[in-house]
Design a protein around this ligand. Structure first.
Ligand SMILES: Nc1ncnc2c1ncn2[C@@H]1O[C@H](COP(=O)(O)OP(=O)(O)OP(=O)(O)O)[C@@H](O)[C@H]1O
Ligand SMILES: [Mg+2]
Length: 452
């Protein structure tokens, strides 16, 4: 009898080869290749009749609202029936919490919602459910065997099913361990088939690796209709949900949540929450940054304090330290803001992070405001990239940024020269950083600095 071919696959990237390697040739990870037993393919069945698009019943395409508006928005208006959604996120970020409250709202709307839990016992889920409330009608199945899960789905045919998590499922007919590439791929493939055949909208929870990618093969991301990433800082209550792939909607949408004792509460307008400064306060500026492609207003705070250190400190929370050092140097060299004998601290409000160069100018303005003890003009938002020569470069998608500013009652914006505004916002276009500081900061006599 011929020996079955042995295959080795990488658990990180899905690379597969006929022999074992200590280091994966695909992604250079060490010790990530595991043995996989190939599944025998069945013979092709008889030909099927074809359908013209015009004859397709479009009724199926009405979306199911999850009852969590921020989640609906990221999904592109709700769950599409029979679709497969993958939700990834760091441990403890709140995946199970978010999906349980969504299931609760779906079941309250008269649809059948099923939670398949492989990670927690039914009693543990019950504890969380008691905390969240409104989840009485959610059905629950504690099972990790793939065949049993698929058989249950085929019999019960719920409208929405959450699998928490895909890595705990295992197919008994495969020899590899649960969570390995082969198992995850097999589980996702089988669930996809059941989802399409039985019209079950399925949400898979996936663990992420230390790099932030969904653990298991990339293949999983191609298989599903929608990939959502749930991100958040362990020490802050705010969580951000974004789509990295969506077959039925845009990937530009961003959902913001706040983690509380009663579960995740949606924050419908993050700019309203993070993009406010106190009028007249020194060392604070409102940046209009792009989060992905969605503009969001953020308060940037800066503190400039005299120091005796030979190497003054430049500490940034939520901003890239290299960019901060660059901005401090350009301020000193080209804009007449001496910072050589001062410590500079910069913080982005709400524990959010900005990596986008369009926020440079707001950081510079906050630092200059702190250094000169002159507040940023009231009702002004700032965006623009700073070059090493002290010249400003236009920021991407300025029109969308200005629209977001207009929504939040901003009256004026300080931006690079050539930024056109179609809204009511007055734009002071500045060619250089020095001009921008003049346009953005109140001169000292204009408004006496507030104390206490
Ligand atoms: N009583 C509580 N009050 C406030 N927050 C809580 C409370 N209980 C739990 N949490 C929050 O819920 C988080 C855990 O949520 P959840 O179990 O949904 O995360 P998860 O992403 O499913 O994690 P895992 O990957 O381990 O399954 C905790 O990190 C904590 O921030
Ligand atoms: Mg969980």
């Amino acid at each position: 009898m011929a020996k079955a071919a042995v295959n080795f696959a990488c658990t990180e990237c899905g690379y597969s080869a006929g022999r074992w390697f200590g280091k994966c040739p695909g992604c250079n990870a060490f010790g990530s290749l595991v043995e996989e037993t190939p599944v025998s393919l069945k013979a092709a069945s008889a030909a099927k009749p074809l359908l013209r698009l015009v004859d397709v019943d479009a009724e199926e395409a009405t979306r199911i609202s999850t009852g969590v508006p921020e989640l609906d928005r990221v999904l592109g208006g709700g769950l599409v029936p029979a679709s497969l959604v993958l939700v990834g996120g760091e441990p403890g970020v709140g995946k199970s919490t978010l999906l349980l409250s969504a299931l609760g709202a779906i079941s309250a709307g008269g649809r059948r919602a099923l939670l398949v839990t492989g990670e927690e016992s039914t009693a543990q889920v019950k504890l969380r459910a008691a905390r969240l409330g409104g989840t009485e009608n959610v059905e629950i199945l504690a099972e990790t065997e793939l065949d049993a899960v698929c058989a249950t789905l085929e019999r019960e045919r719920p409208d929405v099913c959450v699998i928490d998590s895909i890595q705990t499922l295992y197919a008994a007919d495969m020899s590899s361990a649960p969570g390995s590439v082969g198992q995850v791929r097999e589980a996702a493939g089988r669930l996809l088939r059941v989802a399409k055949e039985e019209n079950v909208a399925t949400i898979l929870v996936g663990h992420v690796t230390k790099d932030g990618a969904v653990a298991g093969p990339r293949v999983l991301e191609h298989l599903v209709d929608c990939v959502l990433q749930f991100e958040g800082d362990r020490y802050h209550a705010h969580r951000v949900l974004r789509a990295t792939k969506n077959r039925f909607g845009s990937t530009n949408e961003l959902g913001v949540f706040e983690m509380t004792g009663e579960g995740l509460i949606g924050v419908p307008d993050p700019s309203e929450l993070f993009g406010k400064t106190l009028p007249g306060e020194v060392g604070a500026a409102v940046a209009c940054a792009l989060e992905g492609t969605r503009p969001i207003l953020l308060e940037i705070q800066a503190l400039v304090a005299p120091t005796d250190l030979a190497m003054p400190r430049r500490v940034g929370t939520g901003v890239d330290p290299k960019r901060l050092a660059m901005i401090v140097a350009v301020l000193a060299r080209h804009a007449g803001v001496p910072l050589g004998t001062a410590d500079v601290f910069v913080n982005v409000a709400g524990g959010l992070r900005i990596d986008e160069p369009g926020a440079d100018l707001a950081i510079a303005l906050a630092i200059a405001s702190a250094q000169r003890s002159a507040p940023v003009r009231e009702g002004v938002a700032v965006f623009g990239e700073i070059g090493l020569t002290g010249r400003l470069r236009t920021a991407a998608q300025s029109e969308r940024r200005l629209e977001e500013c207009a929504k939040l009652g901003i009256v004026a914006a300080v931006a690079p020269e050539g930024t056109r505004s179609r809204s009511k916002i007055r734009v002071s276009g500045s060619a250089t950083l020095r001009d921008a500081l003049r346009a953005g900061l109140e001169s000292r006599g204009e408004n006496p600095r507030k104390t206490g």
